[in-house]
Design a protein around this ligand. Structure first.
Ligand code: MOS
Length: 765
């Protein structure tokens, strides 16, 4: 969809590494689809899990980073002489240090900054780093570095940045290439055909990922071998970047990421701090740990750009869409990471005449990184509100309007069929379980408390696929070792993987030991992002377990002298279907005893050719609006999701609820505030930056899985869930507020101050 997201594949899809024999889709399952608590739940809640932030090595030094305090400045001079003499200081790193003069921040192969760039394009850009015996000594030492800055004029407003007279963030200007345009049909003709047109401008605010665990790494050298513990979504991507930066063969870089405390997309790319830790570890011959303070995380580890979206949408009186004109403006801050917001509008609904234009502009602000469905929640905020208003004008139920227009294929030049699209089921079943018709008709409560309900729909633009390799080993005592490269970023990756092995081999989930996310010891996987970990890696897990099962069956057939096809495996016992006398415990297989272990290697099969796969969702909410105070109370939230087969109902529900909570942030509480006079972030802390809490989220949450396996897509029938869970949430809230009080809130977040203002405006009008 957006070429600047890290999981975008340009050109042919990646190859699966092995020619494979792949299992057929499951007919019936016993473990898969049930509710299994996280296999590492105890470790996570008891504090025994070692997160990268907990890693402490003998002789380890602690790093700190000096950052530019200005929104835009040029570093004229850095004097480290005083810092070098500070207590405990072992290394001071600047752009002049050996190995530190390297390019940084790329867009389509071209770099446009440096590891330490004297041109600081936003508050928080890196100027120097220090390693000392203790963290406090390191923080003291960076304060002793004397820097002379030439402070430059800055621009933080997206629209202002487009003006040719605006301060230039880069020498080449502020435009990130030409606006990208996608077009089909003829929108002028489409609008001429329309009986009703809705035209409005919507805005979303910039959001910060704010994961619980800050960003950071520990680096240690053993000769010319570098080991990194990193809070990351993908160890193999860190390995690749670090090998390139350090001039090392891939094999010499080991990256370990067993636990990590959340990323939401902000931990898909390597941070400069990882390089600093490696360089200072080399300088000192000691391990170096750098974890960023919370404030630094909020300044430099990414954000979801705010977007300004101008939408015009037309339909015939029966609700058939005739034209969509969707323009977006967004900024990835000072360095490109994509800030488009039109993709969902291009493909969600059937519309023969469409024009979508994304304008992206540099500003003197922290760089964006992908954040849980980059571009999509913004697009949903505008598109799904416009659809709602269209339904109102046409006097059609908003659910009916959506059902009427669901895309039947991917509307590209060569239309591509979907492997599955159950959005209609999401809307119908979701509405039924929510009690939509009744709630929609219910009279508003008396006086100043008004109730309303809203709905919004979405798809998510990535499916997943190869490559992925997994190894499963079964030992002679029946215990099992599962080895996979994927990171478990908190969604329960290890748990569903163990459930799949349990399903195939008929062993208990707790018999399975898991090795994962370590480039030194585990198999290859792509980063956990794009909602594609389950659909990319679960078929490889299944294939590996299946290979083990095949070998066990072969051994049993030989030992029992029966046909393999007559055998079944259950609770670590293989028995004949036709002769109940003939059975053998897996642990009694003679050949297994002699071999010691059975190994199965599983590969992710290729995706079907000429088809495309997306997950879908519809979310419903009920609000109560206090027209005196402008407060919005969320009463109920329901998510109906088409993510293919449900692997673990417990973690499935939690993904949906977590996504909704994050969507409440976009819709109601979160906003990065940049000070107009200084260009600096005014709320770079978790007190003033408002992540939703228990008091902000809905009193009741419901999850309705549309549990229909997509058997054409892969051998587990799964599609992604993590991102769709947050895409329609904010739009559903805005639609419910509009239903409650008849006021359209076009700008996120819906705050009491804003609502009171809009209600007052209406009264005066
Ligand atoms: Mo996500 S934004 O792919 O972690």
């Amino acid at each position: 969809m957006d070429k600047d997201t890290p999981y975008h594949v340009d050109g042919p899809v990646p190859e699966t590494p092995g020619s494979g024999e792949y299992p057929n889709p499951w007919k019936k399952t016993e473990v898969v689809g049930t509710r299994v608590p996280k296999v590492d739940g105890y470790e996570r809640v008891s504090g025994t899990a070692v997160y990268p932030h907990d890693v402490s090595l003998p002789d380890m030094l602690h790093g700190a980073i000096l950052r530019c305090p200005h929104a835009h400045a040029r570093v004229l001079k850095v004097d480290i002489s005083r810092a070098e003499k500070m207590p405990g200081v072992q290394a001071v790193l600047t752009g002049e240090s050996p190995g530190a003069d390297m390019p940084w921040y790329w867009r389509r192969g071209k770099s446009f900054s440096k590891l330490f760039d004297p041109h600081c394009r936003h508050e928080g850009e890196e100027v120097a780093a220090v390693a000392a015996e203790t963290p406090l000594q390191a923080f003291d030492a960076i304060k002793a570095i004397e820097v002379e800055y030439e402070v430059l004029p800055f621009v933080i407003d997206d629209e202002a940045a487009l003006d040719p007279s605006a301060p230039a963030v880069h020498d080449s200007g502020n435009a990130v290439g030409e606006p990208s345009v996608r077009e089909r049909g003829d929108i002028a003709a489409g609008f001429a055909e329309a009986d009703v047109v809705v035209e409005r401008t919507y805005r979303t605010k910039c959001e910060i990922h704010a994961p619980m665990e800050p960003h950071g790494s520990v680096a240690r050298w053993d000769g010319n071998r570098l080991t990194i513990w990193d809070s990351t979504q993908g160890v193999y991507s860190v390995q690749e970047t670090m090998a390139q930066a350090m001039g090392l063969p891939l094999a010499n870089v080991r990256v370990i990421g067993h636990y990590m405390g959340g990323g939401f997309g902000s931990k898909l790319e390597v941070g400069k701090y990882t390089i600093y830790a490696a360089l200072m570890a080399k300088m000192t011959g000691r391990p170096v740990k750098i974890f960023l303070p919370r404030e630094d995380c909020m300044l430099v580890t990414g954000n979801r750009p705010g977007n300004m979206m101008q939408v015009k949408i037309g339909a015939r009186s029966d609700g058939t869409l005739t034209a969509i004109d969707f323009k977006s403006l967004g900024s990835p801050g000072a360095y490109s990471a994509g800030a488009g917001a039109t993709s969902m509008a291009v493909y969600l609904y059937t519309c023969p005449n469409l024009r979508a234009e994304d304008t992206v502009v540099y500003t003197n602000a922290g760089k964006a990184r992908p954040m849980r469905a980059p571009g999509f929640p913004q697009c949903a905020w505008a598109l799904e509100q416009a659809m709602d208003e269209l339904a109102q004008k046409l006097d059609i139920c908003p659910i009916e309007l959506r059902l009427k227009n669901i895309a039947k294929e991917l509307q590209t030049e060569q239309a591509m069929p979907f492997t599955s699209n159950e959005l209609a089921e999401c809307l119908r079943k979701g509405a039924a379980e929510f009690g939509w018709s009744k709630a929609r008709k219910a009279d508003p409560a008396d006086g100043h408390l008004r109730r309303g309900v809203g709905v919004a729909a979405c798809f998510w633009g990535y499916g997943g696929g190869p490559p992925s390799t997994v190894i499963v080993k079964l030992y002679s005592d029946g215990s099992v070792n599962l080895n996979m490269g994927a990171s478990d970023i908190g969604c329960g990756t290890k748990t569903w993987a163990a459930m799949i092995v349990a399903e195939e081999l008929g062993v208990a989930v707790d018999k399975i030991q898991i090795e994962h996310a370590d480039t030194g010891t585990t198999q290859y996987a792509t980063s956990s992002g794009g909602s594609k970990t389950v659909p990319s890696d679960s078929p490889a897990v299944r294939a590996a377990a299946y290979q083990v099962k095949r070998q066990l069956m072969e051994m049993a057939a030989e030992q029992l002298e029966v046909e393999e096809s007559d055998l079944e495996l259950h609770d670590l016992e293989i028995s004949s279907r036709s002769d109940s006398e003939k059975k053998v415990a897996v642990t009694d297989l003679g050949k297994l005893g002699r071999q010691g272990v059975v190994i199965g290697t599983g590969y992710r099969e290729p995706n079907p050719e000429g088809k495309i796969t997306f997950p879908y969702a519809a979310q419903f909410c009920e609000v109560e609006v206090n027209t005196r105070t402008g407060e919005v109370k969320l009463l109920r939230f329901l998510g109906a999701h088409d993510s293919g087969r449900v692997l673990n109902r417990l973690t499935y529900d939690n993904q949906v609820f977590g996504g909704m909570v994050m969507g409440v942030g976009l819709g109601m509480t979160e906003e990065r505030v940049l000070d107009k006079q200084t260009g600096k972030m005014a709320n770079a802390n978790l007190h003033d930056y408002k992540i939703p809490t228990m008091k902000d989220v809905a009193a009741e949450h419901f999850c309705v899985p549309i549990d229909i396996p997509d058997t054409e897509f892969n051998t587990t029938g799964t599609k992604g869930l993590g991102e769709p869970a947050t895409i329609p949430t904010a739009a559903a809230i805005a639609n419910a507020v509009a239903d409650a009080i008849g006021v359209r809130v076009t700008d996120s977040p819906i705050t009491p101050v804003q609502l009171v203002g809009l209600l007052t405006e209406r009264k005066e009008a």
